[in-house]
Write a protein that binds this ligand. Structure first.
Ligand SMILES: Cc1cc2nc3c(=O)[nH]c(=O)nc-3n(C[C@H](O)[C@H](O)[C@H](O)COP(=O)(O)OP(=O)(O)OC[C@H]3O[C@@H](n4cnc5c(N)ncnc54)[C@H](O)[C@@H]3O)c2cc1C
Length: 406
């Protein structure tokens, strides 16, 4: 494994850092307080190519690798989690799912505008009665001739009111002996008749982001908008989560870094008992924890990104990276508040927002409890990853940067 960053990686890192630090950081508190998404965020991310960063050029993307995606997420979440959430749902959970599972016509029709940021994409898995327990999904997709008729309500959907497309999971076979095998995936435009969307309010964190619901009432979609085969919905959703969790892990690493940097700065500025607080050993201990969290989280996501580049199955490693980084980011943000004393408890400083934002990532894309079960399952030999009909393609610079269809 070679974790040295290429020239291209460093350019991406620099470009995304400049966007996040110069354009978003100065106004983020204002939007977080107003509980609104800054209107320029999605168009600017599209313009800069961030929304298609790791998609092949022939599918409208920038042709960079999966490490570039992780680096971008780290930079985005070092400023605000809501920026990284865009990458998680638009790129990780939707576009990479299409890259892996969609047929060529679907890629041409849906993936190209998503990679270019002309269409915004989200991911509809969760329902009021089905979160960790995906097999409990109650939404239905009934086949009628050349169409499916979709019904049901998805809850807690990031970008629900901002997106044009949803990758939606519903039940096509209520009789399947194993309910996991009765689910199918569909790419659905959110301007179809029968679709309603709305925002959820009063969230603890990601307040400058958009989280909502999507209700389908007799929404008709042609059969060629089914992604994969009937019954493959659960496998597709889990593949999407392998990619989404990677973005959550790398983003949480950025939040740890931001907590560390804010703490180091404040530890130099604030004096108690005649010296800067950084000289007190118990403050140093908190800084040391953040350093430890950051390096471990970074190495874990780089390993997962490297495996994706090689075309190796990485569900286990990505789950570990996500679990570790999100738990660590919550602890880092909490310790950063402690280092700031009372000032950390107010929104005058950023660290209270980091803590509120970090909590969400311990819940979505697999709660920490679910990741513990996954890790124990692998270690005990109860869990394995049989080959998939469609694997996420390995990164190949020549093919990915080639404009022509290959
Ligand atoms: C900000 C935010 C954004 C989100 N965005 C999206 C999105 O874009 N798309 C989408 O589809 N979903 C999204 N979600 C939903 C998210 O994925 C779910 O909330 C998550 O999967 C957990 O499901 P739940 O909330 O129903 O909790 P539950 O599954 O009801 O879990 C409740 C508690 O029980 C624990 N638990 C459950 N089962 C077990 C078990 N077997 N063993 C031990 N403990 C268990 C859980 O760990 C948790 O602590 C989002 C959520 C949030 C908060």
């Amino acid at each position: 494994m070679d974790f040295a960053l290429t020239e291209e990686h460093r350019m991406v890192q620099q470009m995304v850092r400049e966007f996040a630090q110069r354009e978003v950081a100065p106004v983020i508190k204002e939007y977080d307080r107003a509980q609104e998404m800054a209107p320029f965020v999605l168009p600017r991310m599209a313009e800069l190519g961030i929304l298609g960063i790791c998609l092949p050029v022939r599918y409208g993307g920038q042709g960079m690798d999966y490490i570039a995606l992780g680096l971008a997420c780290e930079e985005l979440e070092a400023v605000d989690t809501t920026l990284r959430v865009v990458m998680s749902v638009h790129v990780g959970l939707n576009s990479l799912g299409l890259l892996q599972w969609a047929d060529e016509a679907q890629k041409q029709h849906f993936l190209i505008p998503q990679s270019r940021g002309e269409k915004i994409a989200c991911f509809g898995l969760t329902e009021s009665g089905a979160g960790s327990d995906v097999a409990a999904i109650a939404s239905t997709a009934r086949r009628e001739g050349d169409e499916y008729v979709l019904n049901g309500e998805k809850m807690w959907i990031s970008l629900a009111t901002k997106a044009d497309h949803v990758l939606w999971i519903g039940r096509t076979n209520p009789e399947a002996p194993d309910p996991h095998n009765g689910l199918s995936a569909f790419l659905v435009e959110l301007n179809r008749p029968g679709v309603k969307t709305g925002d959820l309010h009063g969230k603890l964190g990601v307040r400058a982001g958009s989280t909502g619901w999507i209700a389908f009432q007799d929404v008709r979609v042609p059969i060629d908008q089914r992604i994969g085969l009937e019954g493959e919905g659960f496998k597709i959703a889990m593949s999407c989560l392998d990619n989404g969790r990677y973005t959550v892990a790398s983003g949480a690493t950025g939040l740890i870094r931001a907590s560390l940097e804010a703490s180091v700065q404040y530890a130099h500025e604030r004096k108690t008992f005649g010296r800067e607080i950084g000289r007190h050993q118990l403050v140093q201990q908190k800084i040391a924890h953040m350093v430890q969290f950051y390096d471990a989280a970074r190495l874990l996501y780089l390993r997962a990104g490297w495996m994706k580049n090689q075309g190796l199955r990485n569900s286990r490693e990505t789950s570990l990276a996500k679990w570790f980084a999100t738990d660590a980011s919550f602890q880092a943000a909490s310790e950063a508040i402690q280092v700031h004393g009372a000032y950390g408890y107010s929104d005058e400083y950023d660290v209270e927002r980091y803590l509120r934002n970090a909590k969400g990532a311990i819940i979505y894309e697999g709660t920490s409890e679910i990741h513990q079960l996954i890790q124990a399952g692998y270690a005990l030999g109860y869990r394995e990853d049989p080959p998939l009909r469609c694997e996420l393609p390995a990164y190949d610079a020549e093919t990915w940067q080639n404009e022509a269809a290959v």
